[in-house]
Design a protein around this ligand. Structure first.
Ligand SMILES: Nc1nc2c(c(=O)[nH]1)N[C@H]1C(S)=C(S)[C@@H](COP(=O)(O)O)O[C@H]1N2
Ligand SMILES: [Mo]
Length: 324
């Protein structure tokens, strides 16, 4: 269609319209390709928690490609349009990650955290028994985000239909970013200070009774949450609340780490109502496991105004950032 040597005839309006459409379609294609490629090239998988070393390991996209040696033919638990269609998925067998990073003795489960703060937890026993895979390709192509990509946790529904009872289609986690062995130790950083559970346990403890059941793994109905007030945590870290306007609370999932939409709590509310970093739950004050978004999650008391109460309860809290 392009006249490299110069066009001898002027194109008609109709032709122009067709060419423009082709050009703009192609442009749109390139833009999507680019953003998809970039998205994938920048996509890391972070391995954390009670691994053999306990150290955080970041696998970049090319390392992930090298590890993606598993193949699985299965229906896609989330293909509503064609639920019987079998796809060939390529990816990283979770079992191979367990072999590679080694779990500590007494851990029984692994939690997968997603970009959107969704999380799923699977028993190590089942990960060793079944080919459960972090898929990076579907029929030889990168997986689009609307189909769970770039990293999509998939289950062998076709070979092992019985697994469906235990792990339904809700367990097929989209856009996985973190693999957490067991539960991490509590660690909250504020500037250059880092507080652990022993530090938090020194502070006055508060109890909230709240309905958390809308979030993954929490029992439905009223649940006891135990923890410490944000204002006490900040004071312990040496932050003078008179000098700051707000605090940004960051958790592990990428949605809580975007500068564009921070979870930001105003100092007035931090001083006035129960904004709590919960470290334990239930009548028995159990530690909050990764499957419930622990070891540290954010919670608000009923006494907080709606500007605070309506914010997301950040899971996997890792950092507090005071704002002047
Ligand atoms: N990252 C992520 N993965 C997810 C979910 C989600 O909200 N986020 N929802 C789960 C549930 S409950 C189902 S039924 C399927 C399909 O979710 P959808 O209907 O919201 O697409 O994806 C599962 N995987
Ligand atoms: Mo679901």
């Amino acid at each position: 269609m392009v006249c490299l040597g110069g066009c001898t005839e002027r194109p008609t309006d109709e032709q122009l319209t067709v060419w423009r459409k082709e050009a703009s379609d192609r442009n749109a294609e390139i833009v999507t390709e680019k953003s998809q490629n970039n998205q994938q090239r920048e996509w890391n998988l972070i391995i954390q928690g009670q691994t053999a070393t306990g150290k955080t390991q970041t696998l970049n996209w090319s390392q992930l490609q090298d590890l993606a040696t598993a193949n699985l033919n299965t229906i896609d638990g989330n293909n509503i349009i064609n639920p019987q269609k079998v796809f060939n998925f390529t990816g990283i067998a979770v079992k191979s990650l367990i072999k590679k990073f080694g779990s500590q003795k007494d851990i029984t489960e692994i939690t997968f955290v997603c970009y959107d703060a969704y999380q799923v937890t699977i028993k190590i026993e089942d990960l060793l028994k079944y080919p459960i895979i972090l898929a990076v390709a579907k029929d030889g192509e990168p997986i689009p985000s609307d189909q769970g990509g770039p990293i999509y946790l998939i289950f062998p529904y076709t070979q092992h239909p019985e697994i469906r009872q235990k792990y339904d289609e809700g367990m097929w986690a989209f856009y996985v970013t973190h693999v957490i062995f067991g539960t991490e130790p509590a660690k909250v950083s504020i500037g250059n200070r880092e507080l652990n559970l022993a530090d938090l346990d020194q502070l006055p403890q508060v109890n909230l009774t709240q309905n958390v059941g809308y979030r993954v793994w929490w029992p439905s109905g009223q649940v006891q949450l135990h923890g410490v007030r944000l204002r006490d945590v900040l004071s312990l870290a040496g932050v003078n609340l008179n000098t700051i306007a707000s605090v940004v609370v960051r958790g592990k999932p990428a949605v809580y780490r975007r500068n564009a939409e921070p979870i930001e709590l105003v100092t007035e509310d931090i001083l006035k109502c129960d904004i709590v970093l919960a470290t334990r739950w239930g009548d028995e004050k159990q530690r909050i496991p990764a499957k419930m978004g622990g070891p540290v999650t954010l919670a608000f008391g009923d006494d907080c105004p709606s500007r605070t109460k309506n914010q997301r309860w950040v899971t996997f809290v890792e950092e507090l950032i005071p704002q002047l």
